[in-house]
Design a protein around this ligand. Structure first.
Ligand code: IFM
Length: 457
């Protein structure tokens, strides 16, 4: 099957292009009750009967909190120049306000230093969904007070680590946190109320803008940005009803976040659709949300096709489908990136997540994950096409370094390019990791400046 993996010309990517792998704290760290870590909304949510497909949780996960040093060796062995990870807010500030946990902060200090020692740029995310439970008890993201707590947290982390990280992302996927967490309720905190969801979405965006302003005031030199999960939303047919539904869904997924961030306004059509469920916005909020940023991170997995009655089943498309039930559609990544560049003044873009879950078999120390290898190669090729159409792309990061806790799906869905045996915690590079390693060895200079703040010129 190797012949079906596209050959990617190394000239497609400029010197200094950032190549990475990505993870998040709750999905890999484990050590949920160690060294003074507080509880997060995911610790609570996982205990709700039926919330997680296999009844699991992140208590142990990949034991990365203990195994971080050997995991860094693994990352370095791939030849990447970037590692995207998140700080667990309840590990460094257990109650989400007030006292800091020195042991928790020391962990990320060691991690960042360890990355620098290995010539790997650190890309830090402040909020990858694990809000301290103590703040949820006071209203969580639906409460405006959480905005101020987040700014305080962002400043504390940046003052400790900001001298050594290439980039700081405020939030990962505010759509997922607000809509899956507060409207459909299939993710933590499990609320089912559209009005609450939209208020949470507004507060996430507001806290992003306020945090960026605060970090700039502190003189933090890292690039500052936000990461959105985006997809092309296509109409199932040319019928007016199908096109109208696709446009609304694009509004809810893409424009609801992109417009305020880059145009300081929510889309009128979505506000009209929301009616009473539209968020309360205070005077001056929109200008804060639109505070200039250095980059936008895009997490891309698939497209969505809508008819007037709802989403189309991707199985009907005849295309390859991943273990998550998502259609494999690499051309959508080029389409999306070109559209974002056309419609918004974005200074720089990263693909901060791309990858796929497939059913893997570990046999005699090998995982022949050809489908994942082909998926990643085709999406890198799609990034190359966008780059050549003038999109200011700075980097690409594979989701994920390791198999890990895939939220409501538990451990059954494996996104890693490195296999994790959860009985022994043994890590095995899958064929996709070997392919990425080989591909990266052909890329031009990937060196990182000694202070880690930017790729060396
Ligand atoms: O595992 C998640 C990640 O935490 C956020 N983006 C999508 C991934 C795959 O579902």
């Amino acid at each position: 099957m190797l012949e079906s993996i596209p050959q990617i010309h190394s000239t497609a990517f400029p010197e200094g292009f950032i190549w990475g792998v990505a993870t998040s704290a709750y999905q890999i760290e484990g050590a949920a009750a160690e060294d003074g870590r507080g509880a997060s909304i995911w610790d609570t949510f996982c205990r709700l009967p039926g919330a997680i497909a296999d009844g699991s949780n992140g208590d142990v996960a990949c034991e990365h909190y203990r195994r971080w040093a050997t995991d860094l060796e693994l990352i370095a062995s791939l030849g990447v120049n970037a590692y995207r990870f998140s700080v667990a807010w309840p590990r460094v500030q257990p109650l989400g306000e007030g006292a800091w946990n020195a042991k928790g902060m020391a962990f990320y200090d060691r991690l960042v230093d360890g990355l620098l020692e290995r010539g790997i740029g650190a890309h830090l995310t402040l909020n990858h969904w694990d809000l301290p439970q103590a703040l949820q008890d006071k209203g969580g993201w639906a409460s405006r007070d959480t905005v101020h707590r987040f700014v305080e947290y962002a400043c504390g982390v940046a003052q400790r680590l900001g001298d050594r990280v290439v980039s700081i992302t405020t939030h990962n996927e505010p759509f997922v946190q607000s809509i899956l967490g507060h409207e459909s309720g299939i993710f933590a905190p499990g609320v089912r109320d559209r009005g609450v969801a939209m208020q949470a979405a507004h507060h996430l965006l507001l806290s992003h803008g306020m945090a960026v302003q605060a970090l700039r005031t502190l003189g933090i030199r890292s690039d500052l940005g936000i990461v959105l999960n985006l997809a092309p939303i296509q109409a199932a047919s040319g019928a007016a009803e199908d096109r109208a539904r696709a446009h609304l869904e694009d509004g809810r997924l893409v424009r609801w976040y992109m417009d305020p961030l880059f145009k300081a306004a929510y889309p009128e059509d979505v506000l009209a659709f929301l009616g009473q469920d539209a968020p309360r916005i205070e005077h001056g909020d929109m200008a804060i949300v639109a505070t200039p940023i250095d980059f936008l991170g895009v997490n891309y997995y698939s497209r969505a096709v809508f008819s007037a009655s709802g989403p189309q089943d991707p199985h009907d498309s005849g295309a390859e489908i991943t273990d998550m039930g998502w259609e494999v559609y690499p051309e959508g990544l080029t389409e999306l990136l070109v559209r974002l560049h056309r419609d918004y003044a974005i200074p720089a873009l990263y693909v901060t997540e791309n990858g796929a879950a497939f059913k893997d078999q570990l046999v005699n120390g090998r995982v022949h994950d050809t489908a994942r290898m082909r998926y990643i190669a085709n999406h890198i090729a799609a990034v190359g096409k966008a780059l050549h159409q003038g999109v200011p792309l700075r980097g690409f990061m594979v989701w994920s370094l390791l198999d890990n806790f895939e939220w409501a799906s538990g451990y059954a869905k494996r996104f890693g390019i490195v296999h994790v045996d959860y009985q022994t915690q043994r890590r095995t590079l899958k064929d996709s990791a070997l392919w990425y390693q080989n591909f990266l060895s052909s890329q031009p200079d990937k060196s990182v400046a000694p202070d880690g703040l930017r790729a060396a010129a």
